[in-house]
Design a protein around this ligand. Structure first.
Ligand SMILES: Nc1nc2c(ncn2[C@@H]2O[C@H](COP(=O)(O)OP(=O)(O)OP(=O)(O)O)[C@@H](O)[C@H]2O)c(=O)[nH]1
Length: 461
């Protein structure tokens, strides 16, 4: 007993909700199998209900058959016997009250006939009374129909009436018992039918609920998920479904999302690698050229000012040789940062190659580009770059060449800027030179100091 109680307590201590979640809701069912089982369950339940209803119908049928085949004939038989009894009584009366001897003789004859009628003999009470009446009337006829006889006849007559009533009532009772049974059965079957319909409605409702929860809603969620995938949105988590196939498709969508995410990442990285210089993080030359071509086309179409520039670190070889290649790399990186801080959002810069950089100044006249290039040159000259090798800050200078790009090709403009850069080197470095095609450079209006105004012509070798 104690052991039983302990087992019961142990069973009650189980977290049934978790158990059901783990063994029922978390479990997946193949949709075809699950629907097959549900259909079979519904079929069995429906069949049981039909059989349940059929038993009542059979009972009603049996009752009505019995009513037709046995009860109704029997009732009619009872009525016939009752009528014969009544007829017997009337003929008995006529035996006494007949006007002529012939009429009384006829009545006697009919009494004899009725008393020996098979219908009258079937019931012992009727047969006994009929025989008694026949015998009495025969005796009364033989003895001459006295007052005494008539007094006795009245007693017999009332007994005949009573028996006729009893027989009629028995006949009616026979039918009403069967009718009562039939109506009770039909009432019960009506209640059963209502119950069966309620159960069917419940079953169909439950079936539809399961279909909606485990098939339709997951399908809608998958549709939403695919739309989210197409639009690149984050996936809304799927709600739980018990259908194995749905889970498999949901899993596949999850994997697809992963693959798409990885592809996006790979594409981003590829794009980054294809467009960026790995050392400085600046645009590489190819990407710069593509961008610059577009900007140049736009500027030419709308007649907007645009300039290009080339810049080169002065005596960079000396830094590499003196401090090592790694320090040279860090110098290039620091210079890229300096460009990033100094240039405007609308300016493009790239590592053109080695320690050489190319610029594109959109919506910029040559004068404005000159001021910008000067600012770059000055910032570079004033900045001491700490390369972290303990040698203290490194002083750098930049030489720059500028060219107007508002006409002609990009290559031609860059070529002119490169020639100007070469001239700047020739002039003694740490300076800005404007290409030959442009007008003679003037000192920039605000930061115009330190400009020897070398021209492209002058700077060119
Ligand atoms: N550390 C480092 N050095 C580089 C890189 N690319 C090119 N260089 C070096 O840059 C130096 C360029 O030297 P030069 O062409 O002689 O030019 P320079 O010494 O700057 O002299 P000028 O241009 O005439 O002022 C070479 O020593 C190259 O090895 C790089 O990615 N990293």
């Amino acid at each position: 007993m104690t052991a039983l109680l302990r087992t019961l307590r142990g069973a009650l201590a189980v977290d049934w909700r978790a158990f059901l979640r783990a063994h029922w809701t978390q479990r997946s069912w193949p949709a075809g199998k699950a629907l097959g089982w549900l259909g079979a369950l519904f079929g069995v339940a429906f069949l049981a209900q039909i059989l349940w209803l059929a038993s009542d119908q059979r009972q009603v049928l049996e009752s009505s058959e019995r009513l037709l085949e046995r009860t109704v004939p029997s009732t009619l038989e009872h009525f016939r016997v009752a009528r014969n009894l009544e007829q017997l009584r009337l003929e008995g009366e006529r035996v006494f009250s007949g006007r002529t001897p012939v009429a009384r003789q006829q009545a006697r004859f009919i009494v004899s006939l009725l008393s020996s009628h098979p219908a009258m003999l079937a019931d012992s009470r009727v047969a006994a009374l009929a025989r008694e009446v026949d015998a009495f009337l025969s005796q009364a006829a033989r003895q001459g129909m006295s007052e005494q006889h008539y007094a006795e006849w009245e007693t017999l007559s009332s007994r005949l009436s009573l028996l006729a009533d009893d027989i009629s009532t028995e006949g009616v009772n026979l039918a009403s018992a069967d009718l009562q049974l039939m109506s009770t059965t039909m009432l019960r079957s009506q209640v059963k039918l209502a119950l069966v319909l309620a159960l069917v409605a419940l079953f169909v409702g439950g079936f539809l609920f399961l279909i909606h929860r485990h098939l339709i809603r997951p399908l809608q969620e998958m549709d939403d998920a695919l739309r989210e995938l197409r639009s690149g949105q984050a996936l809304t988590p799927f709600s739980t479904t018990a259908m194995a196939e749905i889970r498999a498709v949901e899993g596949a969508i999850g994997q697809l999302r992963e693959v798409m995410h990885e592809n996006d990442e790979a594409r981003r990285q590829l794009h980054f690698l294809a467009t960026t210089d790995s050392l400085t993080g600046m645009f590489n030359r190819r990407h710069f050229m593509a961008l610059a071509e577009d900007e140049l086309r736009r500027a030419h179409r709308y007649g907007r000012p645009i300039c290009v520039g080339m810049a080169d670190l002065d005596n960079f070889k000396g830094i590499n040789d003196g401090h090592g290649h790694a320090v040279g790399d860090r110098v290039l990186q620091s210079l890229a940062e300096l460009f990033g801080h100094t240039l405007r959002q609308s300016d493009w810069v790239c590592r053109y190659g080695g320690e050489e950089f190319a610029f594109l100044f959109t919506e910029t006249t040559l004068d404005e580009a000159h001021r910008l290039a000067e600012r770059l040159r000055q910032h570079a000259a004033e900045t001491s770059i700490d390369v972290g090798d303990g040698s203290g800050g490194l002083q750098l200078t930049l030489s720059l060449g500028l060219a107007d790009a508002s006409t002609g090709s990009l290559e031609a403009a860059l070529g002119r800027a490169d020639t100007a850069l070469y001239a700047a080197k020739e002039e003694g470095r740490n300076r800005v030179v404007i290409a030959a095609s442009a007008k003679t450079p003037r000192p920039p209006p605000e930061e115009g100091k330190d400009l020897d105004s070398p021209t492209g012509e002058r700077g060119r070798k």
